[in-house]
Ligand binder design. Structure first.
Ligand code: RUB
Length: 310
């Protein structure tokens, strides 16, 4: 798929979830160089720059998109001929895809070590990385049961319950407001992340922070499952994470409300580090306070300063 189509599908939520968004954007840039039939190095560089901007403007919150795009374009400005530029983008892209897929697997394996036989797990929305942990634990023969929030307004919880039911995992759907009611029966909360800031706050689907608060109150471990490209280099430089607000029609249909009623539809929220027990990454289980280290070591300052929009 081309850049414009991928950006449109991300905007309209056909492509969703922070990891998928990043991988599809990476693929779109690889396709762009693959399909380029011109013979101008500068022209292809301009196309890549335009593609980058179009992709980055599709959704504002998940830093995985920014990190994925940067990983594919790393060093492209220095390419001195067309073939080198095409090879560089393809190699970078393949490396990123491999890293992303492998990270999901590794996090599944490491996270599953902390899942005990008999655990009742609560998850929110639809995170492929949190699901990797759950599925790995189940495939290892652990007797687990999963409770999934509906996740209004898009109801991504329905995708999660279907996916788990297909695996044979015992799964129950609950409405978002039932979280505190169910928490007394839960042993472990597992969620994904769209962005993790340099101070260890986790930005994920709206409602995540309420779940963290309730888990904290009930002394239930609250665990985030996220690849290192969900950590935000920009937060090191003081840039706040933009919380996406989507249209009112996602919350209430036409004619359902008097026209004096306003609707607010923020789709992500921030969970403070003090409510997070640990973050499972592909480089290990880390406390939220290690986020600064992850950003500096894994993403690097040079990488960051290659672009103006950090
Ligand atoms: C999805 C969501 C997911 C994270 C992590 O929100 O909040 O928990 O993106 O997903 P949306 P993953 O449906 O609005 O994109 O672990 O798959 O990267």
């Amino acid at each position: 798929m081309g850049v414009e189509n991928v950006a449109e599908d991300i905007r309209s939520m056909k492509i969703r979830g922070a990891g998928r968004i990043a991988r599809q954007a990476a693929e779109a840039l690889m396709n762009l160089v693959d399909g380029y039939e011109g013979d101008s190095l500068d022209d292809l560089k301009n196309e890549l720059e335009k593609g980058r901007e179009i992709l980055l403007s599709s959704r504002p919150t998940a830093v995985s998109l920014w990190n994925g795009v940067q990983a594919v374009l790393k060093g492209y400005r220095k390419a001195s001929n067309l073939d080198d530029l095409k090879d560089l983008v393809k190699e970078n892209g393949e490396r990123f895809m491999e890293r992303s897929n492998r990270a999901t697997e590794v996090i599944g394996e490491m996270g599953a070590r902390r899942v005990n036989d008999g655990d009742r797990i609560l998850t929110h929305c639809n995170s492929s990385v949190a699901l990797s942990v759950i599925k790995t634990a189940f495939r290892e023969g652990k007797d687990i049961e999963v409770f999934v929030t509906e996740s209004r307004p898009w109801r991504q919880g329905l995708i999660t319950v279907r996916e788990l039911a297909e695996e044979g995992v015992p799964v129950t759907l609950i409405v978002d407001s039932a979280v505190r009611w169910i928490m007394k029966d839960i042993d472990l909360v597992l969620v994904g992340a769209d962005t993790i800031t340099s101070n260890g706050a986790v930005i994920n689907k709206i409602g995540t922070s309420q779940i963290a608060l309730v888990a904290h109150e009930a002394r239930v471990p609250f665990v985030v499952c996220a690849e290192t490209y969900k950590f935000s280099p920009m937060t090191l430089t003081g840039k706040p994470v933009e919380i996406e607000e989507r249209g009112s029609e996602e919350v209430a249909g036409p004619g359902e409300l008097p026209n004096t009623v306003k609707v607010l539809n923020p789709v992500f929220d921030a969970t403070p580090p003090e409510y997070i027990d640990y973050i499972v990454t592909e480089i290990g289980l880390i406390p939220p306070s290690a986020s600064y280290e992850v950003i500096v070591r894994m993403l690097g300052q040079e990488f960051l300063f290659e672009y103006e929009d950090w």
